[in-house]
Each structure stands twice: as C-alpha cells, then as structure tokens.
Design a protein around this ligand. Structure first.
Ligand SMILES: [Zn+2]
Length: 65
C-alpha cells in the first residue's frame, strides 16, 4: 500500500499489526509511521486522490506528481 503522505510503499498487514493504518469506508490506508498517520488523519481529503491514482496505475511505484 502507498503511504500517501511521504510516498513510501508499505505493507498493509504489517502496518496494521503496528497500529499504523486508518480504516475508512472506501478502503484501509497504511502509513510508515505515526507522523504520517497523524497528517493523514488531520486532512484525509488531501491524500486520498493520490492513493486512488496510485491504485489505478498498478500499485507498483510511487506516483509521479
Ligand atoms: Zn510516511
């Protein structure tokens, strides 16, 4: 999964074990650390489109902005 705050690719299951995921109605988001999770939690709308774009392009590399 893409960490939409810093563009790192993280493992959803691994981060879930560490409490570094946020579940939203549309999907679950994962983060590399608590700092990124907090940034996302404060302003999710800013980051969600980036995740959508990343998923749409094949889940392989960070998006090119
Ligand atoms: Zn991060």
């Amino acid at each position: 999964m893409l960490d939409p705050v810093c563009d790192m690719i993280v493992d959803l299951a691994e981060q879930r074990e560490q409490g570094l995921t946020i579940e939203r109605p549309e999907r679950e988001y994962a983060f590399c650390g608590a700092g990124c999770l907090e940034k996302f939690a404060k302003d999710p709308k800013r980051y969600i489109p980036k995740v959508e774009r990343w998923l749409a392009t094949g889940e392989s590399a960070p998006p090119r902005m």
